[in-house]
Design a protein around this ligand. Structure first.
Ligand code: SF4
Ligand code: SF4
Length: 524
């Protein structure tokens, strides 16, 4: 398991670096010529928080994080992932999917009213909720696999808390400027300019939150209809309740609480530790290359010092308010923005990129000894997760391939169990339920097998020898069926319980669906 390498503290390194040579840098706020040393504290560093708590001896209030805008490869990936995930979330309810007349034409719909989930061509009925369980298990196992290979990629790029927080920060930056401007604005007195910028920021957040809450409810009812009903005040009450809940939570968690959710509320950082090992790729500060750190003076060469010029660019861009140079930590969501920030600095001081990079613990140990990069994707842990994913996928493929398009249910009447007819015959009554899951009407022929001499009729269609029942698309039809055993046949069966089978035959393709049940008669 990753352990922070044992090394002197930041202060000790700085002291060593400062003590050896004169501070002849252009300005005391420069980490190297032309490179600003950013005045930033890793406010959410575990040690800092522990010290705050210890000194306050009580709950210490939150120290706000002002993430600086990062530029680079990983930032671009994050922008692209944000665009793709939010576009999918906001637009998918509007995507239409023709399922035929009388059926919802929304591609993704959780139809609570009729108890079905529509996902493009797939319709999941309440009886098939095991499919949802299967999909969730598959998603969880995939997350385990990705975590064991590449650490918290979910947290850094895909988690809705990350995506929406990133969006809220971008909006805040749009109205209030980058890090320094925001800090100054917060320190300013409440002028008209400050009020305007703050109000516009919060209004924009509320707008995003409302769009998020609004999109959420559209997944549960036909989107165009619900949108109209919603604005006319005619939508069902739960739509308004869930809209307000989602809007409130998005504003609160994405706009206000931000990194606090990941540090204090989310259980995933605690759980994911169990999935990481020495071969998991984590955003890592290569201390063997960076230390001893310290500002680079004009007259100083790179001899006897590390590549880290202690500019704090990596800390300033961190949305979690931590310093990656402290080693792996629970607060790090692995967004790699510090990698971009440091690469930019390394470019400026003409040093190779990747002082901070995705790396594994094993690799770091090898690199320290002069060895090369070691990447072991195939190992027992990843094989186990991949194996489990294959098993669950195979089950899901089988379950989807054998998914029935018809459900047949037969319920025998219990009170009375049977009726004795005046001619000595015995009659049982059954409720037969036929669920047509297809998107066209189907006609089914109802018959029985396995009870010699008995005949069956359906209420309302007594004259039919083999009654035909038509069921409209995506609907359930219930009929009352009578099975009668004449007097001479009753004597052939010594037992009170005679097993037999109801058969429903699709007249279009001859598909037969069977349900076993029992015929009851009086004891001899
Ligand atoms: S790790 Fe890179 S970005 Fe961070 S302080 Fe050192 S040189 Fe600057
Ligand atoms: S330390 Fe780096 S990877 Fe971790 S959260 Fe901060 S910026 Fe992202």
């Amino acid at each position: 398991m990753w352990q922070a390498p044992s090394r002197p503290t930041t202060t000790e390194w700085r002291f060593q670096a400062m003590a050896t040579t004169e501070p002849d840098i252009t300005s005391p706020t420069e980490a190297a010529e032309g490179i600003e040393k950013i005045d930033v504290k890793a406010v959410n560093r575990k040690k800092t928080r522990q010290e705050q708590h210890a000194s306050a001896m009580e709950y210490s209030s939150r120290v706000k994080v002002y993430p600086k805008k990062a530029r680079g490869y990983f930032r671009n990936i994050k922008w692209m992932v944000m665009a793709a995930t939010t576009a999918a979330y906001y637009l998918l309810p509007w995507l239409r999917w023709d399922r035929g007349p009388g059926l919802p034409n929304q591609a993704i719909l959780m139809d609570i009213q009729d108890g079905r989930i529509f996902f493009f061509s797939l319709a999941i009925w309440p009886q098939e909720l095991y499919l949802i369980t299967g999909f969730l298990v598959l998603a969880a196992l995939s997350l385990f696999l990705f975590t064991s290979i590449a650490g918290r990629v979910w947290c850094g790029y895909l988690c809705w808390q990350t995506v929406w927080t990133d969006m809220m920060v971008a909006v805040e930056r749009f109205w209030q400027g980058d890090r320094n401007s925001r800090i100054l604005l917060d320190k300013e007195a409440w002028t008209a300019n400050k009020i305007y910028k703050k109000v516009m920021t919060h209004l924009s957040w509320i707008l995003i939150a409302a769009a998020t809450g609004g999109a959420f409810i559209l997944y549960f009812r036909d989107a165009p209809t619900l949108a109209l009903e919603f604005f006319r005040g005619e939508a069902p009450l739960p739509s308004y309740v869930f809209f307000l809940l989602l809007t409130g939570f998005t504003y609160l968690l994405g706009g206000i609480a931000r990194e606090q959710v990941c540090i204090y509320m989310c259980p995933w950082p605690r759980i994911q530790g169990a999935m990481l090992d020495a071969d998991s790729l984590l955003v890592t500060y290569r201390d063997f290359r960076g230390e001893p750190r310290g500002p680079l003076r004009k007259s100083q060469g790179w001899e006897g010092r590390g590549d880290c010029i202690d500019c704090h660019a990596c800390v300033a861009v961190c949305p979690m308010g931590i310093d990656i140079r402290d080693g792996p930590q629970l607060e790090c969501i692995q967004c790699a923005l510090c990698v971009d920030a440091c690469n930019e600095i390394m470019g400026k001081v003409h040093k190779p990129h990747s002082l901070i990079a995705y790396d594994t613990y094993r690799s770091i140990q090898s690199e320290k000894k002069g060895g090369g990069l070691q990447l072991r994707l195939v190992r027992p842990r990843t094989l186990l997760y991949a194996g489990l994913i294959s098993v669950v996928s195979a089950f899901m493929i089988y379950a989807l391939a054998s998914k029935t398009v018809l459900e047949l249910n037969v319920l025998a009447e219990r009170n009375p169990l049977f009726v004795q007819l005046s001619d000595g015959g015995v009659r049982n009554t059954y409720t037969v339920k036929i669920l047509n899951k297809r998107y066209e009407p189907h006609t089914f022929e109802l018959s029985i097998e396995g009870i010699e001499g008995a005949h069956m009729s359906v209420l309302g269609e007594e004259s039919e020898a083999k009654p035909q029942i038509t069921v409209v698309p995506d609907d359930l039809r219930e009929v009352r069926a009578y099975v009668t055993l004449p007097h001479d046949a009753v004597a052939k069966y010594p037992d009170e319980k005679i097993p037999f089978t109801f058969i429903v035959t699709d007249t279009a393709d001859g598909t037969r669906t069977m349900r076993h049940t029992n015929f009851r008669k009086p004891a001899k």
